[in-house]
Design a binder for this molecule. Structure first.
Ligand code: AHR
Length: 335
């Protein structure tokens, strides 16, 4: 009898031990308190779950590269997920990062609204969130630690200021068409608003058509074809990114017009293809938006995990380019 009791006890102890190991393995990504204080995970490496918007543009490709390369350099274990332009995929990815107990969650939100519930889940699980590139419109700012990225309203304003300057002292209506980014995305909303605010200064500047081109070359081309059919006199194209502008250039050339001459073109981003078109005279002006957010993001993740206070808003430094300036820097442009 005592012998049998011994066997049962041994089996029970083994089961308890196995259970304990399984639980600690599941919790492993979160790391211990000591480990967290050192800015690491249970494996000694900080683990970051990153949900990317997709691969819609040259900017996005450069941004993904920057995040992935910087994670390697910083010794951070990156769990990367591509949302393919869908908010529901990002929400799923964030929930999966929470279940995996990553140390930090970072994401570039596809759209501005609708994040409160999932961000609250991350907060309740004690996992800090960093917004990168794009903001959310949540009223509760405690749902995320910091937001690193550009000021898209300022970008729109810079585009408008250049245009106002071009037509200063001139008479006659200037017909502008606008290719907006993907609906509901912060850069689409803000670049539109910033531009509209500034061009109000000159009543001759009129936006005669404005439609989404989804931040892609394909849609930029399609929508520009439709604009050209519907509007015989287009003087200016304002595209919320280079890729849509580049697609539109194809449509303009196919319509027998000269981009940059018959129709002035302003874009945002300054990726290599955009800068090439600018230096060739096909685009007139580009407002820079830097995709190289990786190094700062990794730095912020380490600080946040170590419990250090970080700035609520980290702004990226950016400039603008004329055709002459593009020619001067093109050879060194990395992305
Ligand atoms: O959020 C940044 C924007 O997203 C870039 O300007 C655009 O090219 C991208 O798709």
């Amino acid at each position: 009898m005592r012998y049998l009791e011994g066997i049962v006890l041994k089996k029970w102890s083994a089961a308890v031990l196995a259970g304990a190991l399984a639980v600690s393995a599941l919790a492993g990504c979160g790391g211990s308190d000591d480990d967290a204080a050192a800015g690491g995970s249970g494996s000694g490496k900080l683990t970051m779950g990153f949900s990317q918007v997709g691969a819609e543009s040259g900017w996005r490709t450069a941004n993904t590269k920057s995040v992935q390369e910087s994670a390697v350099t910083a010794g951070i274990d990156l769990k990367f997920s591509d949302a393919q332009g869908k908010q529901e995929n990002q929400i799923k990815a964030i929930r999966s990062f929470i279940a995996q107990r990553v140390d930090v969650i970072a994401f570039s939100p596809v759209v501005e609204s609708g994040w409160d519930t999932v961000l609250k889940e991350a907060k309740d699980a004690n996992i800090p969130v960093i917004l990168t590139d794009r903001a959310v419109d949540s009223a509760d700012k405690t749902l995320y630690k910091t937001f690193i990225g550009s000021d898209f309203v300022v970008e729109g304003k810079k585009a408008g200021e250049w245009l106002v300057e071009q037509y200063k002292g001139k008479t006659g209506e200037v017909n502008i068409v606008e290719l907006q980014g993907s609906p509901g995305a912060a850069p689409a909303n803000d670049r539109k608003a910033g531009f509209a605010e500034v061009i109000k200064a000159d009543p001759n500047l009129k936006v005669i058509a404005s439609q989404t081109g989804q931040f892609t070359r394909t849609d930029g081309k399609k929508v520009m074809e439709a604009f050209l059919k519907a509007h015989p006199k287009i003087d200016v194209l304002y595209a919320h990114n280079d890729d849509m502008g580049l697609g539109a250039i194809e449509a303009i050339e196919a319509a027998g017009k000269k981009p940059g001459v018959d129709i002035k073109i302003i874009t945002v981003d300054a990726v290599k293809d955009g800068m090439t078109a600018l230096s060739e005279g096909k685009i007139n002006y580009i407002v820079e938006c830097s995709p190289l957010l990786g190094p700062q993001l990794m730095d912020l993740a380490k600080k946040v995990k170590a419990g250090e206070t970080v700035e609520a808003r980290v702004l990226t430094e950016e400039t603008t380019f004329t055709q002459e300036q593009a020619k001067a820097v093109l050879a060194d442009r990395k992305y």
